[in-house]
Design a binder for this molecule. Structure first.
Ligand code: ADP
Ligand code: MG
Ligand code: ZN
Length: 638
């Protein structure tokens, strides 16, 4: 709940108290003031036709006597509001009687010419609530909802400067490290923070200073938010959560006020964690930000001021998360602010398996499912991608009305996440043929080239993302360092598709443009970043890299024209050589190229084993199992 909503809750409370006070001091004395009479007296009054009108409820009958009858002179307190004018003048002549089961009541009343109703009073506090507050309830609810919605969009007109209440009170999260897979390193580093949060005094005693701010840095979906939550969960402390982008408010000063509010609250709840997600949204370098946003700047300044204003070890740990640390304002990274960075990286194969295990814990998995093999074919996937796969797979199983999630569900789910949803519209036979040869080209080059990752799957099912087919390789290990040879191997596989098209159709097509782009980019990096060109030597020609900001590396702008020319020539040489070796491989295995492409056109998808069967068959026919070392000469370019 929001502070503004707490306000309306206050009004509600006040209304109830007012109603109760009213009932207690005004209404009850009045009801008590009525003279309680036995039923026999009511009947007698009826007989004597002295009753003006009656009000009948389930449990009692209240009636007023006519003017001329002798009034009961007992004094009454209050009661003026709900009595009619007549009885107000003569307060004594209201009588109340417990209603007995009387089948003739209505007949008696009508024969005595008594008017029904007219005495606006109820006989219990319950009735008051039912009669007045109940009809108001829908109104109150609608009012409440409208207010909440108003705040939903842009912070709401009534909540300026107030952080959302979740922020204000801090959430007790149940997330634990056991909910996070493959975060080994980051987890170890965060342990220290958790120890601190569990017992800040202990750290104080030893005079140890803890980093005040911890910045989690890593690509999207790697579990940064999750890690921060788990820290709070493990330490059992409140978690104050804000998103940088939520500070982009309508009016200047709102974000700053919000930050101030948040820190005030957090200090009261220490030990605790304040987590600023997507901190780049407010912490963007002020220099970078050309269309200078004064609101963002004010918010950033407030954040810096709050962090500086902390005493040491006051028990509040500020965590931030970003996937673009390079654009952060340097002021944020200074000592005493976010002075510790923890890298959250994409999970390794083992990590991916762990993550899959976590996200399939509650799914009924078929026994044939091997999470490790799924982890194997999903390098580069983030935790969020894997969670997505597990979810897609369970949806597919549900749609099949199956009671177990099968391996096939997972295969389809991976395909979906990798390449978008399968498209149904068929392609022309010519295009299909081109695609089949193209993909087979990639696959065979990968098969015959030593050191290249084995082919997991080749498909010519178009994807919604626009790809007409794809070849999926299965890396044998996670690579942290890639050798020159491996890069050349990759380039050769990338150009295998185009090589096949050239070989079979004698012309290239636009289908290979993405391959060309990737191959060229690889060659370019080899030359200007990795110093892998002998002509240019181990010199870096790329401008300083921008981490996480795309892959394209720029050539420094201070190099001579001659050097630029050599760079171009070297890039061209590398790409050409890769294409040549791809062509050589395919020429040598042209027969199998046609066979595999034919099969692919029939089946649309072929897997590792099927391709391997073709390769093995060829091997046994020619008796040549030394293909690999020959190919090896093709790619080693000196
Ligand atoms: P980030 O903040 O780095 O963008 P999130 O923490 O928001 O990533 O992750 C989004 C979702 O992806 C999480 O809610 C979780 O379901 C899943 N996820 C991401 N990383 C992991 C992981 N290491 N282990 C388990 N689940 C993960
Ligand atoms: Mg996040
Ligand atoms: Zn291709």
């Amino acid at each position: 709940m929001d502070k503004g909503q707490k306000f309306s809750a206050w009004y509600f409370l006040i209304a109830i108290i007012a109603a109760w006070l009213f009932a207690e001091y005004v209404y009850k004395p009045y009801t008590e003031s009525k003279s309680e009479v036995p039923y026999s007296e009511f009947l007698a009054d009826l007989e004597s036709r002295t009753i003006e009108n009656v009000d009948i409820s389930d449990s009692r009958i209240i009636y007023a006597l006519k003017d001329n009858t002798s009034p009961d002179k007992r004094p009454i307190v209050g009661g003026v509001i709900f009595t009619n004018k007549k009885s107000r003048q003569q307060p004594g002549n209201i009588k109340s009687v417990v209603r007995l089961p009387d089948p003739f009541l209505i007949i008696r009343l009508s024969s005595a010419d008594v008017k029904f109703g007219g005495i606006a009073q109820r006989d219990s506090i319950m009735d008051l609530f039912m009669g007045i507050l109940l009809p108001m309830l829908p109104l109150i609810i609608i009012w409440y909802l409208i207010f909440r919605n108003m705040r939903g969009g842009s912070g709401g007109i009534f909540s300026f400067g107030k952080s959302r209440a979740k922020e204000l009170q801090g959430e007790m999260t149940k997330t634990l490290f056991s909910d996070i897979g493959g975060a080994g390193e980051a987890e170890v580093e965060l342990r220290e923070i958790i120890d601190f949060l569990k017992d800040p005094q202990r750290f104080d005693k030893f005079g140890a200073k803890l980093p005040r701010g911890v910045l989690l840095v890593g690509p999207p979906g790697t579990g940064k938010t999750l890690l921060a939550k788990a820290c709070a969960g493990e330490a059992g402390v409140p978690f104050f959560f804000i998103t940088g982008s939520s500070f982009v408010e309508m009016f200047v000063g709102v974000g700053a006020a919000r930050v101030r509010d948040l820190f005030d609250q957090a200090k009261k709840k220490a030990p605790c964690i304040i987590f600023v997600d997507e901190i780049d949204a407010i912490g963007q370098s002020r220099m970078r930000n050309f269309n200078s946003n004064s609101e963002q700047e004010a918010t950033l300044n407030q954040l810096l001021a709050e962090m500086d204003g902390f005493e040491d070890n006051n028990g509040v740990v500020i965590m931030g998360a970003t996937n673009r640390p390079e654009i952060l304002d340097q002021a944020l990274l200074r000592p005493g602010r976010f002075d510790r960075q923890i890298q959250v990286v994409l999970p390794t194969e083992e990590g991916r398996e762990e993550i899959l295990r976590i996200h399939t814990k509650k799914l009924p998995l078929a026994s044939e499912i091997d999470l490790r093999s799924i982890a194997k074919v999903t390098p580069g996937f983030s935790g969020a991608d894997l969670a997505n796969i597990a979810n897609e797979a369970s949806l597919l199983a549900a749609r099949r009305k199956a009671d177990k999630v099968s391996m096939n569900d997972f295969d389809l789910a991976i395909e979906r996440v990798v390449a978008g949803l399968q498209r149904k519209t068929p392609l022309t036979p010519e295009v299909r043929k081109k695609v089949a040869y193209h993909e087979t080209g990639h696959a065979l080059v990968a098969c015959y080239l030593p050191g290249s990752d084995p082919v997991h799957k080749v498909s010519i099912i178009p994807t919604t993302k626009g790809a007409l087919g794809y070849t999926m390789q299965m890396p044998t290990e996670d690579n942290y360092i890639i050798t020159e040879q491996e890069l050349k191997t990759r380039m050769t596989v990338m150009l295998g598709g185009r090589a096949a098209e050239l070989l079979v159709f004698n012309e290239a097509s636009t289908g290979a443009s993405n391959d060309l782009e990737r191959a060229t980019e690889t060659a370019r990096k080899m030359v200007i970043e990795f110093g892998m060109s002998e002509k240019l030597g181990p010199v870096r020609y790329a401008s300083p890299s921008m981490m996480y900001l795309g892959n394209a590396s720029e050539v420094r702008n201070d190099i001579g024209e001659g050097t630029a020319e050599v760079i171009d020539r070297e890039i061209r040489r590398l790409v050409n050589e890769a294409q040549d070796s791809a062509l050589n491989i395919l020429r040598e295995h042209e027969k199998i190229l046609h066979e595999v492409a034919d099969t692919l056109m029939q089946k649309e998808v072929i897997n590792h084993e099927e391709i391997q069967a073709f390769v093995d068959k060829e091997k046994s026919q020619t008796g040549n199992d030394n293909v690999s070392s020959q190919e090896s000469d093709n790619v080693s370019i000196e």
